[in-house]
Design a protein around this ligand. Structure first.
Ligand code: AMP
Length: 125
């Protein structure tokens, strides 16, 4: 089965410039912007510019150039936000995928969360 990408998802609209965003950093293949509903002092989303639904989709089908750019962008943004090690006190990376991952927006994103302690890793509700 192949991955089905919905080009009308909100991050696709951000990438097309149809809705605004609070950009933190942009590279050739990636975009980082502040989450509209922050769950920590630092809450930045990093997305690839390509049409990938989830981390597994990206990891399996993106080009090496996209993967390198995306990985480096996460590191650059963590450093810019002051949550990197050894510069800051660390962060949590989250990438939700699909129904069980409780993914709301079906375009790959990692959440960089930091600036305060994150608490338990997974809610058991
Ligand atoms: P997820 O549940 O992992 O798919 O998370 C989606 C995230 O996107 C949530 O944290 C939302 O607050 C965030 N979000 C939704 N719309 C926007 C937007 N227009 N700009 C920035 N962040 C957004």
């Amino acid at each position: 089965m192949s991955y089905a990408y919905d080009p009308e998802n909100i991050f696709a609209k951000i990438l097309r410039g149809e809705i605004p965003n609070d950009t933190v950093f942009e590279s050739e293949h990636s975009l980082a912007f502040n989450d509209i509903n922050p769950q920590a002092k630092v809450h930045i989303l990093v997305i690839p510019k390509g049409a990938y639904v989830s981390f597994d989709h990206f990891a399996l089908e993106a080009s090496d150039a996209e993967i390198i750019d995306y990985t480096r962008t996460v590191g650059t943004v963590a450093k810019m936000a002051g949550v990197d090690l050894p510069g800051g006190d660390g962060f949590r990376l989250i990438s939700n995928a699909g129904r069980n991952g409780v993914q709301e927006v079906p375009h790959l994103h990692v959440h960089i969360l930091g600036g305060n302690p994150m608490g338990r890793m997974v809610s058991r509700d």
